[in-house]
Design a binder for this molecule. Structure first.
Ligand code: JDK
Length: 233
């Protein structure tokens, strides 16, 4: 998979590149490239923003650098179509199902907006060069798309075999089966007068599996009843 990121703060992604890419990058599984949107500006001040038509607070990202950047990135290998993701508080909410779907794509482009967002015509134009997804990390407003993009790349990356963090059993994970995870314990068996549940020390694997499933259901009912109501996934 190739992932291109467009941002006016490319150094935000230094930590992600380090943690994600040691193994995957060298193995050729994942090719992450973070590009400064200002590469596609040509004025003295490398301007990426301007005042909003119709008035209002703050600035809006101007379309021209985005158009040139998308032309370049969407026309490079791997073969089209690229999936172009714009983090947005007005997008569809990102879930494990979204991560799984996006983990099957050959080429993702993340467009990280800043200020009050991006000129709407950029999303229309992007639809002519790839498949556009506006995606929200959740119902709160961040200062830009970078943090949302990093979260999404981590969630997507760990579903790709060979990428750092890829666990042995993905089906057992929280959210993969629509339930919260069961509680985990390690040594010592007593810590500050608190023991580990007896069943986990019993060696009875059937009883352990049953207990873990009960814990998942009870925790989901208590903390996330929305996941049990059937209107999810
Ligand atoms: C991308 C810029 C900041 C966006 C409100 C402005 C007129 C009101 C500031 N899940 C999630 N949360 N936040 C984001 C996200 C925020 C972003 C950008 C993603 C780019 N911002 C921003 C919107 C507003 N809005 C225009 C109406 C304020 C993703």
């Amino acid at each position: 998979m190739r992932i291109d990121v467009l941002s006016i703060f490319p150094s935000y992604f230094d930590g992600l590149a380090l943690s994600l890419l040691g193994k995957a990058q060298s193995a050729g599984i994942l090719d992450l490239s973070v590009r400064d949107l200002r590469e596609w500006t040509f004025d003295r001040h490398r301007t990426v923003d301007d005042t909003p038509y119709g008035g209002g607070a703050g600035m809006v990202m101007k379309p021209e650098p985005w158009g040139l950047a998308l032309d370049e990135l969407a026309s490079r290998p791997p073969a089209p179509p690229s999936t172009i993701i714009f983090p947005s508080p007005a997008g569809e909410v990102f879930t494990q199902a979204t991560a799984r779907e996006l983990s099957t794509r050959e080429h993702l482009i993340f467009g990280c907006g800043r200020y009050e967002g991006i000129d709407e015509r950029v999303f229309e134009y992007a639809s002519s060069v790839g498949e556009v997804r506006l995606i929200s990390l959740g119902d709160y407003v961040l200062n830009g798309g970078e943090v949302a993009t990093m979260a999404m790349i981590e969630a997507i990356g760990r579903l790709i075999p060979g990428v750092v963090g890829n666990p042995e059993s993905l089906v057992e994970e929280s959210h993969e089966d629509g339930l919260l995870e069961y509680p985990s314990y390690t040594k010592p068996s007593v810590w500050r007068e608190r023991g580990v549940p007896d069943v986990l020390l019993s060696g009875n694997h059937g009883a352990i599996a049953t207990w873990r499933r009960e814990q998942q259901i009870e925790r989901t009912r208590s903390r996330r009843p929305d996941l049990l109501s059937g209107d999810e996934s």
